[in-house]
Design a protein around this ligand. Structure first.
Ligand SMILES: Cc1cc2nc3c(=O)[nH]c(=O)nc-3n(C[C@H](O)[C@H](O)[C@H](O)COP(=O)(O)O)c2cc1C
Length: 177
């Protein structure tokens, strides 16, 4: 306990719109989280991916509990994270349920292969990870899955970037010097 705990923050309440607009300043990677097993086969586009620890290798993803992939990942106990490459915007749209044409959540539209562990991995992605679910936390509307990584593959492809609700690519990271 400290003095701060007894104080109400001196600011008007933050609306969801305020929050989303301000978070638009973040530039993130774009991933498709996949799972397969008795709980079903699902894929979902997420920007909420973070590395947690390298030793042991842990990462986290946050998924809205309204999405059916949440109960599937929970039941299957494993998931993959596919960090999309710059040429994979269409994959991001399909697995956010909003393709420009065709069917949403359609694994047949791009090059998916099942790993030896049965998890869908996207060919040509910037990186692929396979994880065993280590811990689950519910926070607000979302479920945070912390996964212990058991395979991690980096390709030569540059990652797709998402910011201010737009897809793009990285300029030279030293360009601001
Ligand atoms: C670039 C991008 C990033 C997203 N990031 C997340 C995320 O981190 N977590 C999440 O639960 N949904 C995320 N979404 C939303 C889901 O992909 C999907 O669109 C949403 O769950 C569909 O909800 P609806 O069927 O209610 O429209 C993201 C969507 C896009 C296009």
């Amino acid at each position: 306990m400290n003095a701060w705990n007894n104080l109400e923050p001196k600011a008007p309440p933050v609306t969801p719109d305020d929050f989303v607009r301000a978070m638009g300043a973040a530039a993130t990677s774009v991933s498709v989280v996949t799972t397969a097993g008795l709980g079903g086969r699902f894929g979902l586009t997420v920007s909420a991916l973070s590395s947690v620890s390298a030793e042991p290798p842990l990462l986290l993803v946050c998924v809205n509990r309204k999405n059916p992939s949440v109960s599937a990942i929970t039941q299957n106990g494993r998931f993959a994270v596919n960090i999309l490459a710059t040429h994979q915007q269409d994959v991001a749209r399909v697995f956010s349920g909003r393709p420009l044409d065709g069917q949403p959540y359609d694994f047949a539209r791009h090059s998916w292969i099942d790993s030896e562990n049965g998890l869908p991995l996207l060919q040509g992605a910037a990186a692929n990870f396979e994880c065993e679910t280590e811990t689950i936390h519910d926070a607000g509307t979302h479920r945070i899955f912390i996964g212990r990584v058991f395979t991690a593959i980096r390709s030569e492809s540059a990652p797709l970037i998402y910011s201010n609700r737009n897809f793009g690519r990285m300029a030279d990271l030293d360009g601001g010097k």
